[in-house]
Design a protein around this ligand. Sequence first.
Ligand SMILES: [Zn+2]
Length: 427
Amino acid sequence: MTLRFLYILGALLALLLSAAPMAPPDAQAAAPAEISPVLSGIHAWTNEIYTRVAIYTGGEVHWQADTVLADPARKLPPRIFVDIRGAGIQSDILHNPVGVNNGLLRQVRAGRYSKDTVRVVIDLERSSTFRVFALPDPYRIIIDIDGEGEIPAPREEAAPATEAAAPPAKEPPPAVPEEQGPFLSSAPSTPLPSLRQNRIRVMIDPGHGGKDPGAIGPTGLKEKDVVLEIGRMVRERLSRHEAYEVRMTRESDVFIPLEERTAMANRSRADIFVSLHINASRNRKAKGISTFVFSRGASNQEDLELAARENGVPVARLKGVKFIIDDMFTGARKNESLRLAKTMNDAICRSVTMGYGRQENLGLKQAPFFVLVGARMTSVLVEASFISNAQEEARLRDEAYLARIADGVAEAVRYYGQNGSFTRHGL
Ligand SMILES: [Zn+2]
């Protein structure tokens, strides 16, 4: 699109949106889609330098995103828009823009742009960079928006994962906040707020919850309950140390969409994101512990199936997802995430082995987990044992076993807290 066209488009936009007539969802008789797409929800999670917007359409849609420059003459701000073809729109969304007004963006609004196109417009308060991607089941379009000038650069000397991921000492020395200067090498110049100064913020994400039980063991143990218990234990352990501030994406048995978990971590400017899960396999003998970082693909079919299950989508659908991971955040954090993942997996295995005999260490892995997409901090996903294995399920009912896992997670976070490289974006 030419700039001139964008300007004209901008000028027309307010008019078109305000005059947009209600129209029934496009029939699109040829499409075999089981759900006819309707724009049924818009959510925004935000702070003044970051916003994630999720647009829910139910069924898969064709969409296109672009920007319009500000038009001072008409008092129109710069905008990001997403055109969604062949979708209807709920009337409550048509009449209720999502207000944000946080210094980054004003609001998100939607209207019928043409006969077969619904347009979602994000009115920005200043120019920003953004990325758009879609996730299936339920189909949603995600827009991550960053305030200009806040994008952190990777640390030059970031070492490759395996070299730098030395196992933690059996009893790591306590974290001393005053000595954590090296974390901040690439931080923006804005002074640190006193409350946050030098504290490492950790977002613990117990997987699943509410209507989503996660994997279920042979005797009925649910993954969602086990990981919540481990999450609480990790929080309790880390909270003993002044250097750590711990938050959880959920503290009870509630359902939270995957994209919201990532948004919670980003919005709260967490330094470390740990998503907790328990593995399962059709092979009832499968056992052991593995820790993942995000990648577009998986190295084997098993890991791809695992990611599909954790994402709540069929494998075929997962293969069709086009991940946008070439943004600076993802690149900057990948090596750090690999370091933490290796450290964490080794620490959990060592901790469990001390109490229960040798534990299968399945190692550091990579797979396309939705919950890690767009995370702006060092991010890992732990698969701490197999709930499908009778022996491991029995252990997962044992508080002492969960405590061993939590010890390993907390120990690795603390080791990484003292040795890792942090990007304190937005401080
Ligand atoms: Zn899970």
